[in-house]
Write a protein that binds this ligand. Structure first.
Ligand code: FES
Length: 115
């Protein structure tokens, strides 16, 4: 197991449109290790702190851009962005938020229309 370098504060925009009228931030304290990505941080939170968190990932290698989020104000792939210091993670802007960091994409829109 990798040695913890330090703990960081991760603020994540949470929103469940079926229950809430607007989003709010949840804050998590996460131990980071060398080489951790923002996606690794999300995986850590989901596995250890809050399994109600919704986000999307697929290739884990930066190939398909399915993990695009806004990190500290910049659009980025969660899987290729290093987690170094405190993070504020938000869903992609100008997209309908389905839950937390999951937004409606062309793929999601097509799937929704098939139902
Ligand atoms: S998980 Fe595929 S680009 Fe990040």
């Amino acid at each position: 197991m990798s040695k913890t370098l330090k703990n960081i504060t991760v603020k994540i925009s949470r929103f469940n449109p079926g229950i809430q009228k607007e989003s709010s931030f949840a804050s998590y304290n996460v131990p980071i290790t060398a080489g951790m990505s923002v996606l690794d941080v999300l995986d850590y939170i989901y596995s250890n702190l809050d399994s109600s968190l919704s986000y999307y990932s697929s290739c884990h290698r930066g190939y398909d851009s399915c993990c695009l989020v806004v990190v500290n104000g910049k659009i980025t792939r969660a899987c290729t962005t290093p987690a170094i210091d405190d993070l504020v993670i938000e869903p992609m802007r100008n997209r309908k938020v389905l839950k937390d960091l999951v937004v409606e994409s062309d793929i999601n829109a097509r799937l929704t229309k098939k139902k």
